[in-house]
Write a protein of this length. Structure first.
Length: 269
């Protein structure tokens, strides 16, 4: 595949950076869309008039940014999906800012309260009915495997965010929900029902508030739900032992962030 536009003139000063910005601009503008194969290293080197190592350096940085995926023998593919870009950005902020679980989950609470307020206005009756079904499937988490329980909770909260009909909000909520539930699983020692199992009634109350189009009540219920989840995570044996300054906690957060970024890469969904 050849690029849809000719590369800009490249000056010798900081050549790799200029190539990086040129390719990045084409990816973000959609000239090189998600799923597109980049030209081979040899083709890019010829187009830009530079050496192979210079191209490899630019591709390496694009890969680190989450804009391309590179595999030996298959070249580089554009991975510029909104969910991936948002996930990479959030993961970087969380890690570099040394944010703890309360910081991350506090943000999710704020986002979900905005989501339910929009949902009360924008969601159709049919969509809310589907949310009720998703909530009902979380009724007996204690009889599910940990993976089944986590999947049901994720589905409920992904659907809740989806009712907002706000693409950016949906992506933000989706990523942080994945991290929160992953952390709950780890902190509970695989006993997710200890944290979320007895909150079935609270999840149903949120649905009922949306059915009544009572945005204020829905917001209040979501805030209380998140507060109870955070309190329960912190009361788990591992939660009591680990703090945001504990290297084990930092490693756990880094692992969860990395795995959830990977969920959005090609072939992983």
């Amino acid at each position: 595949m050849t690029m849809n536009q000719q590369p800009g003139k490249i000056y010798r000063k900081r050549v790799a950076d200029q190539i990086l910005e040129d390719l990045r601009g084409q990816i973000l503008s959609g000239t090189l869309p998600h799923g597109a194969k980049l030209p081979s290293e040899r083709e890019l080197a010829a187009q830009y008039g530079v050496s192979g190592p210079t191209i490899r350096e630019a591709i390496r940085v694009l890969t680190a940014m989450g804009l391309v995926s590179s595999r030996n023998g298959s070249g580089s593919t554009v991975t510029a999906q909104s969910d991936t870009l948002i996930a990479v950005s959030i993961a970087a902020v969380v890690q570099f800012g040394n944010m703890n679980a309360r910081d991350v989950f506090g943000l999710l609470a704020v986002l979900n309260t905005y989501a339910v307020r929009l949902a009360a206005e924008r969601a159709t009756d049919e969509e809310i009915a589907l949310l009720r079904q998703a909530a009902e499937r979380t009724a007996a988490l204690d009889t599910d495997s940990v993976d089944q329980a986590a999947a049901k909770l994720k589905n409920y909260f992904h659907m809740l965010a989806g009712l907002s009909h706000h693409p950016l909000l949906i992506s933000l909520c989706r990523f942080i929900t994945e991290v929160q539930i992953g952390l709950a699983v780890e902190m509970s020692g695989g006993k997710l029902e200890r944290i979320a199992g007895t909150l079935y009634g609270a999840r149903m109350e949120i649905v009922e508030a949306l059915e009544k189009r009572d945005a204020d009540r829905a917001v209040e219920l979501v805030q209380k739900y998140h507060q109870r989840v955070v309190e329960r995570i912190q009361k788990t044996p591992r939660g009591k032992e680990m703090t945001s300054s504990d290297p084990r906690f930092s490693q756990l957060m880094a692992s969860l962030l990395a795995s959830d970024v990977a969920l959005n890469e090609p072939g992983e969904n």
